[in-house]
Design a protein around this ligand. Structure first.
Ligand code: ATP
Ligand code: MG
Length: 337
């Protein structure tokens, strides 16, 4: 397409010319005096995994809520496969957009399988209440639905826990169950809001594979994450939201190399940014103060170590896997709301 910021990956995979699945244009969301999202345009095409990143409070979840009809945007519109979506969650789901939530939303006293079956109700004639009450109409459709739900549980790796209560699953598995439930509505686009929050490294890796597998099933993915390793590994394209506005959009390489993105994450204002001068003064003063205090403490710590030669080498080993984005990873911790 146009030659702006992008894109070796897109050209390679051909997604630059693929049809748009999601088109958000000029989406603005105001809460009283606060503009949480400001005139955001974003397109997700068939076959793409697109990342949405930005510091805490940047407006990422609010943007998702605008896309899925949970909020009615103050301005702008959202289209799915060329049709403008009415801002009603069930109609958005019916159209083909499914999502998971930053704060997991499961029916905790229902089984794993039942949670997926509930996710399926938009695609069955019987509807939610029939599914829950198991009326006669439901019984007929039940076998097919169960089969599909089990297939999805297999897909996310939870088939062996189908009869467990959702609340008894470890946190990481609850996130996977949310994905299975979202997939049960047969979406063409899946929105993931921090799918690896609270996961350990191996769970995160499995989730990476899962997202690739979802894309390979023909479902486009838009994913919010604070884990930059996850984002840059997965995404064909990444959009950066800062204070409600889209600051940068491009490939992982473009975004990682953009000084404004680094500044937004590390809190270092870039040249010309509001408050940059004051921040530079504060930083200089802090550096001064730090230089005056560090040396003596180091000596004291070394003195306590009985075998310094044993521990020293590991400090010099480059930290495998902790790349350029390790500073950004730390924002995940401030995430508990
Ligand atoms: N319903 C609401 N009413 C008022 N303000 C809101 C509402 N929802 C979100 N906000 C505000 O909008 C801003 C953006 O919040 P949002 O949750 O979208 O950020 P985020 O980028 O998802 O952050 P995080 O990474 O912490 O999840 C915040 O200042 C938040 O307080
Ligand atoms: Mg959020």
């Amino acid at each position: 397409m146009n030659a702006m910021t992008t894109t070796t990956k897109e050209t390679a995979t051909g997604t630059a010319t693929a049809a748009p699945v999601l088109e958000a244009s000029g989406v603005t969301m105001r809460f009283g005096g606060l503009t949480a999202v400001r005139e955001v345009d974003l397109t997700v095409r068939e076959g793409e995994i697109v990342g949405l990143i930005g510091p805490n409070g940047a407006g990422k979840t609010t943007f998702f809520n605008c896309l899925t009809g949970l909020y009615v945007p103050t301005e702008g519109q959202v289209s799915y496969k060329g049709t403008v979506l009415p801002p009603k969650p069930h109609l958005v789901t019916q159209a083909g957009i499914a999502r998971t939530f930053q704060n997991i939303r499961l029916f905790s006293n229902m089984t794993v399988l039942e949670n997926v079956l509930v996710g399926r109700h938009t695609r069955t004639k019987e509807g939610l209440w029939s599914a829950l009450l198991r009326g006669p109409g439901f019984k007929k459709a039940e076998a097919a639905s169960r089969e599909r739900a089990m297939e999805l549980l297999e897909f996310v790796g939870l088939a062996s826990k189908a009869e467990h209560l959702a609340r008894n699953l470890p946190y990481g598995e609850q996130r996977k169950l949310e994905i299975a439930r979202a997939l049960a509505s047969d979406p063409g686009l899946l929105l993931l809001d921090e799918p690896t929050a609270g996961m350990n490294q191996s769970e995160t890796r499995t989730t990476e594979e899962l997202v690739f597998a979802i894309r390979d099933r023909g479902i486009a993915v838009l994913v919010i994450e604070h884990d930059m390793k996850f984002i840059f590994k997965l995404c064909d394209r990444v959009a950066v939201l800062v204070q409600g506005e889209k600051l940068v959009e491009g490939t992982s390489e473009v975004v990682q190399g953009d000084e404004r993105v680094v500044a937004a994450y590390l809190g270092t204002p870039y040249e010309g940014a509001p408050g940059a001068e004051e921040a530079a003064e504060v930083e200089a003063a802090e550096a001064h103060a730090a230089a005056a205090t560090t040396a003596p403490e180091d000596d004291a710590e070394a003195g306590e170590d009985t075998a310094p030669e044993d521990t020293a080498p590991s400090d010099d080993t480059p930290a495998a896997g902790t790349g350029k984005a390790s500073g950004a990873d730390s924002t995940t911790e401030g995430d508990s709301k």
